[in-house]
Design a protein around this ligand. Structure first.
Ligand code: NAG
Ligand code: NAG
Length: 455
């Protein structure tokens, strides 16, 4: 309410009015200045920390840089496998203008796998929450908003009918969106074999340091799972690029570079699927009339049952003059024309994982804890030895002769000579060599480059 000034006050008003205005202006300016300063200070200290990880090199986190001269950022990767779900919380550190290194990893696993909730997706929530709590405990509060949260599913969900898998993933996405972490629209997905192989390739090349130094030769990756087997490496020979069949080359963007990788996943050539094929069974189909599957790769006196993909098969060995020879010719039939051979693989350093490791450790070719190196021919020597032994005495592991014979011939099919050295390991620098690290790292890198393209 304003008073209408009377004539007697007019003189006074003439002075007081500008004075009042000046005072209010002063108070206003002082207020704004103080308020702006404290507000922006608070704003910057939050967003710098929060966006630092995403902006990568251009914006070092206020805390990280000021205090220790390096930037710290995190990534959360959920690995939704067929038997369980696992969370990995990765902490990376980057020196100014340097390549990030992994400085800490926390993980926790829960059983059963997501696919167990296919018919009641609500029930999947408590497990996801429990794993999210691990991430919350591990990552400082200030970093939550900037830390990407991702779930990638493998075999288990790949096998579910599309609609069921989609419903499960939608549920997970809903739970993720309600979390305090950085959640994009692409936060949940199902990986195919190539994605898995490429991510594992990133993991080992990140851990061996070959991504840091352009030009330093990279290492290749061999993986042998139950259902499929993967080979991934970076070709350096033009001929490899030109002669690769369609679908065997894939392009990968990392650190502002493009890698043209050779990567292929052979479905049905994983160790368990191969066993079934060698036994003469058909994937997903019980033997007709419960017929026994007979194989020269089992001990001649062996009779038993074997479960694969929820079907139980009756299996038995057969008499043979030379078990290994007969087994090898059966395995060769299975592998004939299945694998694309690349001449260049003999010149690339390869790491081999999963069943390659387990089998080699099982027969003492490598240390079961520390891993080690072997030559491809060692698998063949072991196969011959084991097959000869089971001819006369049944073994505690009835499949060992078959598995070793299969692995030795599979590696030959890929084009590895007998004297080719392979490295078998579960850990490099004490970090587990799973695809999860590479996938998390690549995801963070792609956020960074999207961000720098946008700005
Ligand atoms: C695997 O999935 C990726 C996308 O995640 C796609 O680019 C690629 O073509 C797929 N590869 C195969 C062999 O299906
Ligand atoms: C990425 O590479 C391109 C071309 O090589 C270069 O112009 C650009 O500056 C690079 N960006 C970063 C962030 O290094």
């Amino acid at each position: 309410m304003r008073k209408i000034p009377s004539n007697g006050n007019l003189k006074m008003t003439k002075v007081a009015y500008p004075l009042g205005l000046l005072v209010s202006l002063f108070i206003y300016v002082a207020y704004i200045k103080w308020h702006w300063a404290s507000a922006t200070q608070a704003f910057f200290s939050i967003t710098e920390v929060a966006t630092g990880a995403r902006r990568g090199q251009q914006a070092r986190t206020a805390l990280g840089t000021a205090a220790r001269g390096h930037e710290v950022f995190y990534g959360i990767m959920f690995d939704a496998g067929s038997t369980g779900t696992r969370v990995h919380v990765f902490q990376f550190t980057r020196q100014p203008r340097g390549t990030p290194t992994l400085t800490h990893e926390t993980f926790k696993a829960l059983k059963p796998g997501l696919s167990a909730y296919a018919d009641d997706v609500e029930k999947s929530t408590p497990g996801i929450q429990e794993l999210l709590d691990v991430a919350k405990q591990d990552i400082p509060f200030d970093f939550w908003k900037a830390t990407p949260l991702v779930l990638k599913a493998t075999a288990g969900l790949r096998l579910l009918p599309g609609e069921k898998a989609q419903k499960l993933l939608e549920k997970v996405k809903e739970v993720f969106k309600a979390s305090p972490f950085l959640v994009g629209d692409d936060c949940v997905s199902i990986m195919n074999g190539t994605d898995e192989g490429v991510s594992a390739w990133i993991t080992i090349n990140f851990l061996t340091g070959s991504l840091e130094t352009p030009g330093r030769s990279s290492v290749g990756m061999l993986d042998l799972g139950g259902g499929s087997t993967q080979i991934t490496f970076l070709p350096r020979v033009e001929g490899t690029l030109h002669t690769s069949p369609p679908g065997h080359l894939t392009s990968l963007q990392m650190f502002n570079r493009t890698y043209k990788l050779y990567s292929y996943s052979y479905l049905g050539l994983g160790l368990m699927s191969a066993r079934l094929a060698i036994l003469g069974g058909v994937e997903g189909t019980p033997a007709a009339d419960g017929k026994e599957l007979v194989s020269p790769c089992l001990s001649p006196s062996f009779k038993g049952e074997w479960e694969h993909a929820e079907i139980t098969y009756r299996i038995s060995g057969q008499k043979a003059v030379n078990l290994h020879e007969l087994c090898a010719s059966r395995v060769s039939e299975i592998l004939r024309n299945q694998v694309h051979r690349v001449a260049e693989v003999k010149d690339v350093d390869f790491y081999a994982f999963s069943y390659y490791y387990d089998l080699a450790a099982n027969v003492g070719l490598i240390d079961a804890e520390k891993g080690g190196s072997l030559i491809v021919g060692d698998f063949e020597i072991a196969a011959k030895y084991v097959c000869r032994t089971v001819e006369t005495q049944p073994q505690s592991s009835p499949f060992l002769c078959m598995d070793l014979t299969y692995v030795s011939l599979l590696l030959r099919e890929f084009g590895f000579p007998g004297n080719k050295v392979l490295k078998l390991t579960r850990k490099i620098d004490n970090v587990e060599t799973s695809w999860a690290l590479g996938a998390a790292f690549h995801y963070i890198d792609s956020l960074n480059s999207r961000k720098s393209r946008a700005s």
